[in-house]
Design a protein around this ligand. Sequence first.
Ligand code: ADP
Length: 163
Amino acid sequence: MENFRKEPRIAVFPGSFDPITVGHEAIIRRALTLFDKVIVAIGHNTAKKSLFPLERRIEWIKTALQDKSDVVEVQSFTGLTIDFCKKMNARFIVRGLRTSTDFEFEYSTGQVNRQIGGIETVLLLTDPQYTHISSGIVRDIFLYGGALETLIPKGIKLTTDEK
Ligand code: ADP
C-alpha cells in the first residue's frame, strides 16, 4: 500500500477560445477542483477561420490563469481531440454546458469519444451568470468597439494584430 501512487488525473478542455471569455475561465477554475491538471487545448484543424491569431489566443488564456500556471497548461492541436488526449496522457475531456443546443452536440461527441477512444467526457453546467456569454458575442462586440470588461478575463486587451 505504501508504494501505491495514484496516476495524476489530467483533463483536456478543448475549444477555439477565439477569444477566451469569463465563461471559459470559470469552467477551467472549476475543473481544477476535480482534476490535478487541466490542459486547455486550442483546436485549429477545422475550416473555421478564427478572428484572433493563435499566438494571442494562447497568450490570453495563460494571462487569465497565470495564478494557476503550475496546474494549467495551454496547447494547440490538430486532428482528433481523443488522439491529443492520448498523447497528453489525459483520460478526461471537460466541456461547458450552457444550453440544450450545447447538450445535443456534447452528447453525440462524448459518446463517440468514449466508444472509439475510451475517453470520458465531464460536462460542467455553466454558472447562470455566464449562460449568455460566448466567444462569438465577444467577437461581435469587439468588432463594433463595445465594452468588454465584464465578458473577458481581467488583464487581457484584445487585438487582431492587424495594422
Ligand atoms: P467550441 O468551438 O469547441 O465550442 P469554444 O471555445 O466556443 O469552442 O468553447 C469551448 C468550451 O467552452 C465548450 O465546451 C463550450 O460549451 C464552453 N463554453 C463556452 N462559453 C461558455 C460559458 N459562457 N459558460 C460555460 N461554458 C462555456
